[in-house]
Design a protein around this ligand. Structure first.
Ligand code: SF4
Length: 214
């Protein structure tokens, strides 16, 4: 069930106060690095990706280097992050397209980003938001779970969740809210054992209210 506007405003205010100094989870110095790191992060933790990207970017400093890279060598750099064969092919192919079509630059457009191999809607939103400051809400597993528990959305899939979050959250807070919900999901609102008893949002949370009344 969607929460009331009053409660949603309160939840966003409290999330912002708690997580205002948090940063995007993937280490990067430019849009190229963020694009590659985000492709690698599918089905893998940010922490694990952050372990492997320094050596990867030292070996391949720009998209032109990765576009010309040997597939087997790239696989050796990324094999600890799961689905490494597919991801290696995708990052090489994406960088090839950056060179061929976009003058070596990462496009700052969510729809165009999704034409790159390995880049779905979530990845495109993360790159647009964190590399270019475009308002966007990327719905990953944490955002999906936490926002539906809190009644910021009431949806069965990530696309509907994203649409509802865009309706329920002011546009200038989309990117921040995405990050806050991820942190809240990791630290408190865990998938299996949410720490509701100590959660600062419990007074406004339909999931918690349902759990104590059932
Ligand atoms: S009260 Fe529980 S379910 Fe609701 S946001 Fe907090 S941890 Fe998650």
């Amino acid at each position: 069930m969607n929460n009331s506007k009053e409660n949603i405003d309160k939840i966003l205010k409290l999330l912002g106060e708690k997580y205002h100094d948090t940063k995007p989870g993937l280490d990067h110095k430019n849009p190229y690095q963020l694009l590659v790191a985000t492709i690698l992060s599918a089905q893998c933790t940010d922490r694990q990706v952050n372990k492997i990207t320094p050596a990867l970017f030292e070996r391949y400093p720009g998209p032109e280097d990765l576009a010309a890279a040997d597939l087997t060598e790239v696989e050796g750099y990324v094999k600890s992050c799961g689905f490494y064969k597919t991801k290696s092919r995708n990052i090489i192919a994406s960088c090839g397209i950056l060179i061929d079509k976009f003058n070596g630059q990462v496009p700052a457009d969510i729809d165009v980003l999704q034409t790159l191999p390995g880049v779905g809607r979530k990845t495109a939103n993360v790159v647009a938001s964190n590399a270019f400051g475009i308002d966007a809400i990327a719905v990953d597993t944490h955002v999906f779970r936490v926002s539906n528990r809190l009644g910021l959305a009431d949806a069965k899939n990530v696309l509907d969740t994203e649409k509802q979050l865009m309706e329920n959250i002011p546009k200038n807070k989309w990117s921040d809210a995405h990050r806050w919900l991820i942190y809240h999901g990791r630290q408190i609102c865990n998938a299996r054992r949410p720490k509701c008893e100590s959660c600062f949002l419990s007074s406004y949370c339909p999931y918690f209210k349902n759990s104590i009344s059932s």
